[in-house]
Design a protein around this ligand. Structure first.
Ligand code: FES
Length: 282
């Protein structure tokens, strides 16, 4: 990736800026009037789709569009690990080194990639092609050890397989992930995360589901287990207003003196209080 394609917003062409503003408005329109600030998370992905990270200019852009302060935007952007504070390469390679994947080979895979690429955690290769990072549990423990490339999964990767994947990326190839969508660049992934459809032909439909993910469904199918009468198209019912809600079934009945039963302390506490009162203690 050339330096030009990672330019921050001020250097973006007028066309890119106009497109960015139009997309920002499309995101904001997803939320109720007056709730624009709720659009901040997709907006941060949107600015990453232009800059490859949440640049200071991206923070200012979000703040302007959403009526927030830059401090408020920064507070959110620095809380989540998916918002990057430095330019990310074309491919973000995240190796799970959490306990389970770590002991199964994730640690070795990470070390191997780090040595091969000459970078450490959250660093990018000189040519801007690959950013490497340690990742905490990627929620795919049943496929461990796993790594993701721009958040697409490669399952059960040992050090050799991890190295092969990265070498193919460096050679301009895009290996097929184990499941889910095919690979695209970090900026393109960021645009999808902002809620814009990946319009490459078949991009989101060509990856298989993983067997461990489906194991529960298959078991239920074999055992004939299903929710009786469940209609997946059942509309979600609106929650009734609080005043109209019946009291909880477990609410304690009021005692004879009118006080709620829950206010009466246990017998040992009552005895201790009585004794203290006798002795003139508080
Ligand atoms: S520990 Fe690696 S995905 Fe959970």
């Amino acid at each position: 990736m050339s330096v030009e394609t990672r330019n921050p917003l001020p250097s973006a062409t007028e066309e890119v800026k106009a497109d960015l503003r139009a997309k920002a408005q499309a995101i904001i329109a997803r939320y109720p009037a007056g709730k624009a600030r709720s659009a901040l998370l997709p907006m941060l992905h949107l600015v990453q789709s232009v800059d490859g990270y949440v640049s200071p200019e991206g923070v200012a852009f979000c703040a302007d569009e959403l009526g927030l302060t830059k401090a408020e935007v920064g507070a959110v952007a620095t809380f989540y690990t998916m918002y990057k504070r430095r330019p990310v390469g074309e491919y973000l390679v995240s190796v799970c080194t959490n306990t389970m994947c770590g002991v199964l080979g994730g640690d070795k895979a990470y070390r191997t990639l780090s040595e091969h690429l000459g970078v450490g955690h959250d660093q990018t290769t000189e040519d801007g092609s690959i950013t490497l990072e340690h990742a905490e549990c990627l929620a795919a423990c049943d496929y461990g050890p796993v790594l993701t490339v721009n958040y697409e999964f490669f399952d059960q990767v040992d050090a050799d397989r991890a190295l092969e994947i990265v070498k193919r990326l460096q050679s301009g190839d895009r290996p097929q992930p184990s499941r889910g969508a095919r690979l695209c660049s970090f900026k393109e992934t960021s645009l999808q995360l902002a809620g814009f459809i990946d319009d490459r032909d078949g991009a989101t439909a060509d990856g298989p589901s993983g067997e461990p993910t489906l194991a529960g469904n298959r078991l239920a199918e074999r055992q004939g287990v299903s929710v009786p009468g469940f209609d997946p198209n059942t509309p979600i019912k609106p929650v009734p207003p609080k005043a109209a809600m019946p009291p909880p079934a477990t609410a304690p009945k009021p005692a004879a003196d009118g006080k709620p039963a829950g206010d009466t302390p246990p017998a040992d506490v009552r005895a201790a209080r009585k004794q203290a009162a006798k002795e003139g203690r508080k």
